[in-house]
Design a protein around this ligand. Sequence first.
Ligand code: 5AD
Ligand code: SF4
Length: 352
Amino acid sequence: MDIHAQQLIDKLASKHFLEVEEYRLLLESLEPELADYASTKARAARQPIYGTQVYTRGLIEISSYCKNNCYYCGLRRDNGSCQRYRLSPEEILACADEGYELGFRTFVLQGGEDPYFSDEVLVPLVTQLHTNHPDCAITLSLGERNRESYEALRDAGAERYLLRQEAASPELYGQIHPQEMQLENRLRCLSGLKELGYAVGCGFMVGAPHQTSAHLAADLKFIEEFHPAMCGIGPFVPHHATAYANEPQGSVVLTCFCLSLLRLIQPNLLLPATTSLGTIDPKGREKGMLAGANVVMPNLSPAEVRAKYELYDNKICTGEEAAECRSSLQQRMAEIGYEVVIDRGDPKGGVC
Ligand code: 5AD
Ligand code: SF4
């Protein structure tokens, strides 16, 4: 193993930061032994904080409509072949009730940027969800909104917000998004959410088209500096109806290495082993967990809409009922020595 790279892992494990060039060097030095070394250190960093516990979040995909046109995503507005749906507030509340029975104590309402879900619709919905399940955390993942909206949703009971930066490098962000989308706006939303007191989740894809190790290093540095409560990362997976249909998918090994580095950057980070990782490798989520992740996000959406929320091809769990989804994950986690718990899954060790 490259001794310099090993020393950088040691430095990261003890100091929790590196220069951006050092992140790049680490990413470029990736080989199996270094990945093993990093994942062992990452598990050791997670152990005193989260032990072998796995937190779950029940994901409710509320709308496949999106006004944006991200080049990589199957839900982009110009994809005429995407089957669009939106759940009614009643359906969303019913998903949460079912999830509660199954042991979920966090609900993530995720969707494309769908103008139908205005504050007039969302505020009463979040209020009702909070009233129905006051012991649960409500997470929103509904893209860029204005500050007043984030504030109203917080006041209604939402505590967490997921908004991936997608690419902290303006160059890469500009390559994978149309001109009308600006990294600046994304970052403004992220800092606004933090100021409003949300537990904020960021994230990025690994292996996105045009992405270099310098771009990935910029994302790692961004996470180190922004210090989010959560970070969702997963491999890029092509979608057949996008311009990136024939681009290669991201690598499982590189994604897991990034998970290990993120765990070392911030030991109490809430770090999901994502569905996209499980999509490109049948053991992807297990591998993610062993690399340092501590969260899984099973799908609670009604079975009949699952396949329509098609961010990328071959997404897993589209044929399962919510209960099957949770129990199969529980079993998978048990097989590798981890325990799915019934818990809100707040970050431990003080404010992130
Ligand atoms: N491959 C992997 N992840 C994707 N996302 C969107 N499209 C893809 C894709 N083709 C991710 C984005 C978004 C999240 C909801 O899904 O990072 O933030
Ligand atoms: Fe819309 Fe999100 Fe897909 Fe972009 S990544 S097109 S914002 S659903």
